[in-house]
Design a protein around this ligand. Sequence first.
Ligand code: F6P
Length: 547
Amino acid sequence: MSALTTSQAWIALTAHYHHMQNYSMREAFANDPERFHKYSLHLNDILFDYSKNRINQHTLPLLIELANATELPAKIEAMFSGVKINTTEHRAVLHIALRNRGNRPIFIDGDDVMPEVNGVLAKMRAFTERVRSGAWKGYTGKPITDIVNIGIGGSSLGPKMVAAALAPYGKPGLNAHFVSNIDAGDLLSTLNVLSPETTLFIVASKSFGTQEAMVNAKSARRWFLDKVNNDESAIAKHFVAISTNTKLVTEFGINTDNMFELWDWVGGRYSLWSAVGLSIALYAGMDHFENLLQGAYEADEHFRTQPFDQNIPVIMGLLGIWYNNFFGAQSYALLPYDYSMRYFSDYLQQGDMESNGKSIDLDGQKIDYDTGQIIWGQQGTNGQHAFYQLIHQGTKLVPCDFHCAATGFYNLQEHQDILVSNFLAQPEALMRGKTREEVINELSPKEREDDVLIASKIFDGNKPSNSFLYRKLTPKTLGSLLAFYEHKIFVQGAIWNINSFDQMGVELGKILAKAIQPELNTPDEIDSHDCSTNALINYCKALRQQN
Ligand code: F6P
């Protein structure tokens, strides 16, 4: 038995969970008109309403005891002060330094990282202003109209999600594209609509060694050189790199003047705040990128300084633990009612699942409790017509986060009103459900004789959700929301006593695929794997022969 599950705090929560088995949120709301005020918080105009959870006055104090028992305060302090909390890779975890707009010195091994952070931001500003103003010209003297970010995982998902979310702030006539998949369809469908004269490629790879990023970058380079009669001097006007690895960037043929640096203490999935966000800064402008950083900074300060019962990401993390570890909820749905947030759950799948999908603790011991939840979701209202049925009436408990802006960017008020109404209606319906009496009241006399129909229309309700409501999805608001989720992941990893900052499971896949690739092109029958993998490889080779 682990120290976590035998701790007093855990045992108390287990007992509390049994006590809460028959707790009805609907009754709780009926009995307490103050429930919303008790269980909601603000940061600036962002309202975090967590009143529609299966919690009473004892739940949060018990969860906070667990947080304290697992030394969450000291762990937060360690991250913010540059301690090497990524213990397997011996690295600090300092995405918070990238948006440290207060410029508080943050030290690693005695050196303040802030001058370097600010230096790269200044370089990004100078570059983005030249590109956006048209001062930066392509090889035929034309300004840039298209930026193509080539990268995968954290070097793609964050910038892609933010660029889509900030589309209303995008510069007209400047398009952002994101190529990540090694499937040539991704690169070619992008290149097909581009002109080499006006395209800027950003090769984003922290390591500059990830196969997908490198092969896509090489193919893009080949495409470009073919169009410019192999004039290598044109590369400097059309390729820039974002990486920690100067040597590999130079070997690729990109001048280090056109390289934007990041550091090993920036985790890939936490890197959109670094130079990896260059595509965001180009597309939306550096001022908006810095507003994004400001929003994250304000959320960081909130996380660092607020008491736990007033602390939005701490409460998000604790509620996740409540459902994951005590109710046995296996997944968690992210449901933004905002088309521009359509990549939000993709982004947080990596953020959360690559961070907390772990099964050994910080001492290397196999753990005996559940860790990271399965993160999934879809923009509202699309999801309502796809999978909400299961959330409302299925057998699984799926806690949900709903997001919405009161005001949209578009001049179609009816659309925004319907969107917001649905955002408001779904959490209410999930919480209230529908009783037998309510169902019967809505049916015709004939239908009331149909017991199966009646049973099918009953909703148990009592389904938990959080709601985030804000004025408008500005860069600053988005920055705060994203930082909340990063810190939620941190809180959970800290309580589970795992390293949220390595990703050894992903490394294995990279190695295995590299071993198989040459086998696809040998004439021999393959027998070096298990019989299923051998058969699949050999069948694939046989199919290729038929082409
Ligand atoms: O998927 C594994 C991973 O290492 C991620 O953590 C990272 O975001 C991604 O690959 C890309 O890595 P890089 O930026 O080094 O190309």
